[in-house]
Design a protein around this ligand. Structure first.
Ligand code: BG6
Length: 492
């Protein structure tokens, strides 16, 4: 097994201009600017790296920088250092632009050319779509039509935020629009879960430890649980969320991506091309649901008070909770259920992947026959704590026939000096380096929509499926049945 270079050693960032469309939006202020600040702090940005912040607002550069500084101060977890901000702010230009105004793109072209010459960005352009998705197609069309990059010099890349479409057909339309201007190898579709340290670590744990990979299959694994829950409600995103629901917002992308990485066949070499090819196969092997037994496969819920949230319809039947049981048509996983659970307004904010092994064959122990009750379990804690816990059975000291379940617990973020970079730092860093490993390929997105479209349609067709649950609870009361109906299984 070869582990790609980028995983072992960071390569140097390249020169480029990062053009952020939607530079006064929530994403830019909460995530992108703080991530750039961190990269600046770690001295990872090349001297030929500049940022052009583009938005529809009519700000001067000074006004924009003031807002940007406040945002970084608010959203940076460590103490804000003015000296680092000063270094970053010298790299930033501001340009106001109406997304459908051709003349504005011509002015932007001028700004890009001049800044490129000034800092030596060598024609490299990284365009970031941080606007509402409805503008993605239009902006991409103008990038090409108005020559916002050079055809002779440097590279061009496009970063696109989720949601990538709202169903299979709109995703296809969007993809067609983007691929008029950018090739697949130039498109970096963002799924920030793929940048989470422990989600990435999953592959390494499998690849670098002989004890896991040989048992990573239907013979040894009873089932897999993939969980990402949130305690917060929808906050100020009610309008968007009421249209999306948990199935579109989390399942179609983050949850299925975690499933794909758990189930994927490890390629001989973990480079982007190989890994993404294998993930596509997993997503294409998701077994479609049967409409007659939909209740055995999916539990949906809505937290009490959701309909009173700002922007949410008072008659809304949108799901804020989804628990799903899914199987793969794949030789390694035939008959192994993957349970997915996600939702808002729940008891805790946590994400984890749990691999529950089968119980050993037969019984133990010296002298007496004992049934072993606790199977081995490998838990990958993604957040808030990052780490790995392996549960196994041992003998209770002083006895000969008492089994005691114990666990080995590696808490990664408890270790001093293990500073995990934030997802958006890695996203930007990888795109600047041109590494597509942790971005989604179009065929992954397409396969994920194909499978989830059916679910979403049924959720809308059968609103009686949406069960109400108390905010701060563990979700609808019958959700445990999805897992508990098999002996030895429960939500973990
Ligand atoms: C986003 C969803 O993609 O992921 C949000 O749109 C959700 O609704 C968020 O809250 C969860 O991300 P994280 O990193 O906080 O688990």
């Amino acid at each position: 097994m070869e582990v790609r270079q980028g995983m072992a050693a960071e390569s140097r960032m390249e020169t480029c201009l990062l053009i952020i469309f939607g530079a006064t939006g929530d994403l830019t202020f909460r995530k992108l600017l703080p991530a750039l600040y961190q990269l600046e702090k770690k001295k990872e940005l090349h001297k030929g790296f500049g940022v052009v912040a583009v938005s529809r607002k009519d700000h001067t550069l000074k006004e924009y920088l003031q807002k940007a500084k406040e945002a970084v101060k608010t959203h940076t977890s460590e103490e804000f250092q003015d000296s680092i901000w000063k270094r970053l702010n010298k790299r930033i230009q501001y340009q106001s632009l109406e997304f459908n105004n051709e003349g504005d793109y011509e002015s932007l072209r001028g700004v890009l050319k001049e800044l490129d010459r000034e800092i030596g960005a060598r024609g490299n352009r990284l365009f970031y779509m941080a606007t509402s998705p409805k503008f993605f197609g239009e902006i991409s069309k103008h990038i090409q039509k108005k020559d916002l990059y050079s055809k002779k010099r440097g590279w061009k890349r496009l970063m696109v935020e989720k949601p990538f479409g709202r169903d299979l057909s709109s995703a296809r339309e969007l993809n067609e629009a983007l691929t008029e201007a950018f090739k697949e190898e130039e498109i970096f579709r963002v799924d920030h879960y793929l940048m989470k340290e422990m989600v990435q670590n999953l592959l390494m744990i499998r690849a670098a430890n002989q004890i896991f990979e040989p048992t990573w299959n239907r013979e040894h694994i009873d089932h897999v649980q993939i969980i990402s829950t949130e305690s917060e409600g929808v906050g100020n995103r009610g309008e968007y969320y009421d249209q999306a629901g948990a199935l579109r917002d989390m399942v179609q992308n983050h949850m299925l991506q975690m499933l794909a990485l758990t189930a994927v066949e490890l390629p001989g070499n973990l480079i982007a091309k190989n890994l993404r090819k294998e993930k596509i196969k997993i997503l294409q092997s998701l077994i479609p649901f049967k409409e007659v037994s939909i209740e055995d496969q999916m539990v949906l819920g809505q937290y009490e008070g959701f309909r009173e949230e700002m922007g949410v319809s008072e008659k809304s039947s949108t799901e804020t909770y989804a628990a799903i049981r899914v199987f793969l048509d794949h030789p390694r996983w035939l008959g192994v259920p993957f349970y997915l659970k996600t939702g808002k307004g729940l008891k805790e904010k946590a994400a984890r992947i749990v691999i529950q092994y089968r119980l050993p064959m037969g019984s133990c122990c010296l002298g007496e026959t004992k049934e072993i009750e606790e199977p081995n379990r490998l838990t990958i804690n993604i957040q808030p704590q990052e780490g790995v816990v392996l549960s196994f059975n041992t003998k209770q000291p002083g006895t000969l026939d008492t089994i005691m379940p114990v666990s080995m617990d590696f808490c990664q973020n408890c270790l001093i000096g293990m500073n995990t970079p934030e997802a958006y730092e890695k996203l930007l860093g990888d795109a600047i380096k041109g590494d597509q490993t942790s971005f989604t390929h179009w065929e992954e997105v397409e396969a994920a929509w194909k499978w989830s479209d059916t679910l979403i349609n049924w959720a809308r067709k059968y609103p009686w499926m949406i069960k109400s649950y108390e905010k701060g609870s563990r979700g609808p009361e019958d959700a445990p049945d999805l897992v508990n109906r098999e002996p030895g299984r429960k939500w973990l």
